[in-house]
Design a protein around this ligand. Structure first.
Ligand code: TXA
Ligand code: MG
Length: 353
């Protein structure tokens, strides 16, 4: 059964959040309800991280399998000791450097944290978001808040309150609408409990930024098919998916242009509706002879990150059957972008050279 709620939406200033709205949201958290709120990465679906009943509602509302653990959000480093044990010195160094911000640390779990948060693992994910609304809510509620992205399971993460409502209206008590999120991709997840620290999910904080602290840090992608019984957290191949099928094209620009054009033409000939996520007008103009739906996502990694999930949702609204997109370079934010696109494509990548 899905969690049923009478969803209330409040518009909140992203820079100076209204204290009455924040007080109401904190009350909902204390009563065991669900609050969707913006972070600098994506919107989160929050519940009291110490209240197992409230946490169960997150899984119901999202239709999320219980083997997928949640991230615990805090507003000050002092709270770390409530959530984790045996915290290594490196955690404090990284917290000093990158919190608040788009970095999630995997640490050893404190016994106080309910097992449902960590999906039975003995590690816990913790992050301190930078968004003023998230900060204000965490401070006012004064309990750690567990929050996955506020989408239905396997859908693209929400970067606006409208996306949250599209997936979760009637399943969340309160939505704090703070406009579009700035980064648009989720946080970078870094496991520092392993003998060699490893990035489990590339995200808003780049590997290049982490390297001065962890010179050997790497991301080795694991893409596990959907029907696998108990995948390691976050390794499912199908994720961030639009309803349409996505095809990712990787290669040198002129060859990609040609391959995308031909693919679009063939699909149109088979009566499919085709959408393109194009970087700019120049890329869009390559399709000018074809009856395709084009959404521009920008040509810088930061722009693409902010526009990707919204673009997928826009093309779904236009009811396309197929979405074509050119792969970004896997440097900086491009690594996270590439990962999200590949998962949205369920691994369907076309190498043109
Ligand atoms: O930017 C973000 O991280 C957003 C905002 C709302 O903070 N949150 C987010 O949460 O993306 P979610 O639930 O959509 O993704 C959390 C992922 C899980 O799917 C899992 O891969 C990983 O975090 N995770 C959580 N706890 C873990 C653990 N103990 N060990 C390994 N991975 C873990
Ligand atoms: Mg998610």
């Amino acid at each position: 059964m899905a969690y049923a709620a009478n969803t209330q939406i409040i518009r909140v200033d992203a820079q100076e959040p209204d204290s009455e709205a924040i007080a109401l949201a904190a009350q909902v958290i204390h009563k065991g309800g669900l609050v969707a709120f913006p972070t600098e990465t994506v919107y989160g679906l929050g519940a009291n991280a110490l209240d197992a009943g409230a946490l169960a509602h997150i899984f119901e509302a999202k239709e999320r399998p219980e083997h997928d653990p949640l991230i615990v959000h805090i507003w000050q480093s002092k709270q770390l000791e409530q959530i984790a044990i045996d915290i290594p010195e490196m955690a404090y160094q990284l917290a000093d450097a990158f919190w608040p911000g788009p970095l999630t640390l995997i640490l050893k779990k404190h016994p106080n944290i309910p097992r449902i948060v960590t999906a039975g693992n003995d590690t816990v994910a913790v992050r301190m978001p930078a968004h003023p609304i998230a900060q204000a809510l965490l401070r006012q509620a004064n309990v750690p808040i567990a929050a996955p992205s506020a989408n239905r399971f396997s859908r693209p993460s929400p970067t606006t309150a409208q996306h949250v409502l599209g997936d979760l209206e009637g399943r969340v008590d309160l939505v704090l609408d703070g406009g579009s999120t700035q980064i648009g991709l989720e946080s970078t997840i870094l496991d520092i409990t392993a003998p060699i620290p490893i990035v489990l999910r590339p995200g808003g904080l780049t590997l290049e930024a982490l390297r001065p602290y962890l010179p050997t840090i790497a991301f080795r992608p694991q893409y596990i098919p959907e029907d696998t019984a108990a995948p390691a957290p976050g390794t499912l191949l199908k994720h961030y998916s639009p309803h349409a099928e996505l095809r990712l094209f990787d290669g040198e620009a002129s060859q990609v242009d040609l391959a995308m054009y031909e693919h679009a033409q063939n699909s149109l000939a088979q009566q499919q509706k085709v959408g393109i996520l194009a970087r700019d007008d120049e890329e869009a103009s390559k399709f000018s002879g074809l009856d395709v739906q084009i959404v521009l996502i920008g040509d810088k990694h930061e722009e693409m990150a902010a526009a990707l999930f919204a673009g997928l949702r826009t093309l779904d609204t236009l009811q396309v059957d197929l979405i074509l997109v050119r792969a970004p370079q896997q440097t900086g934010l491009g690594l996270a972008l590439y990962d999200r696109m590949l998962r949205a494509a369920e691994g369907q990548i076309i190498h043109t050279n």
